[in-house]
Design a protein around this ligand. Structure first.
Ligand SMILES: Nc1ncnc2c1ncn2[C@@H]1O[C@H](COP(=O)(O)OP(=O)(O)OP(=O)(O)O)[C@@H](O)[C@H]1O
Length: 241
């Protein structure tokens, strides 16, 4: 449950995501998708309700709490630093340090180590579109940048990666790259929560689809149980799940 004054953002919503699964969250504007993922990622604290990870209750008071629990989020507004190279972006805010000449007082950035680990992360995810991780992110296309943001989340999210509209600003080819990346995350055993308005993309990659409507859950369907048109009908209230 999450209210904003008199406005109900989220009410009575029950959602679960498993390892190796893509759970899509769909819903009309204002249906509560963002509120839901913000509660799951520590950006908002719910007024009531519980979150459990591996059967144990967890409380997220801030985004770092969710990150500590292995939940990484890629927001729609991409948080990449354009002037920095791909490797630095992957480690932005979590730069790895190694003991410097003066011991532990001055620890030096482990650039070499970061580069080789970044290369491995990009390779493991099958991101073939990024040839050179030392190139600045501003020289990449939208899809490549999105791939960097997803790779960053995948590199640190040990349990769940939350993607908020990852294909919204992308062309067909770039979207397909990001969708392939989502499938790779699932293969790697992560749980993926995909918030999207793009129904073909949802039907292409989701294992299950959670439908939000007016702050409540309108049902959970799968791409094989319902057609896209049937899903949209539930989303808009024209049909029940
Ligand atoms: N910070 C806030 N203050 C007041 N009301 C809010 C706030 N955040 C969300 N709401 C309200 O809560 C409801 C759910 O909003 P939310 O942003 O979660 O919807 P959404 O499904 O993500 O919509 P969209 O697809 O347009 O992004 C809406 O009625 C919205 O106006």
């Amino acid at each position: 449950m999450k209210t904003f004054g008199r406005v109900v953002g989220l009410d009575g919503v029950d959602v679960d995501v498993h390892a190796g699964e893509v759970l899509a969250v769909i819903g009309d504007n204002g249906a509560g998708k963002s509120t839901l993922i913000k509660c799951l990622t520590g950006a908002l604290v719910p007024d009531a309700g519980t979150i459990t990870a591996d059967g144990a209750e967890v409380v997220f008071r801030r985004p770092q709490d969710a990150r500590d629990a292995g939940i990484e989020t890629v927001y729609q507004t991409l948080a990449v630093a354009p002037a920095l190279d791909v490797a630095s972006n992957l480690y932005l805010g979590r730069e790895e340090r190694r003991p410097g000449i003066l011991g532990s007082v001055f620890r030096m950035l482990d650039k070499q180590g970061m580069r080789s680990r970044a290369e491995a992360a990009v390779r493991d995810l099958g991101i073939t579109t990024i040839q050179n991780i030392t190139q600045p992110v501003e020289s990449l296309s939208g899809g490549q940048r999105q791939a960097v943001a997803v790779a960053r989340a995948a590199a640190f999210g040990s349990r769940i990666v939350v993607l908020d509209e990852p294909t919204a600003a992308l062309g067909v080819k770039e979207s397909n790259q990001v969708l392939a990346l989502i499938e790779r995350l699932r293969e790697n055993g992560l749980g993926v929560i995909l918030v999207s308005h793009n129904m073909p993309h949802v039907w292409q990659v989701a294992d299950r689809i959670h439908i939000q409507r007016l702050g409540r859950s309108a049902g959970v369907i799968t791409p094989s149980s319902h057609t896209m048109a049937e899903g949209v009908a539930i989303m808009t209230g024209a049909a029940a799940a």
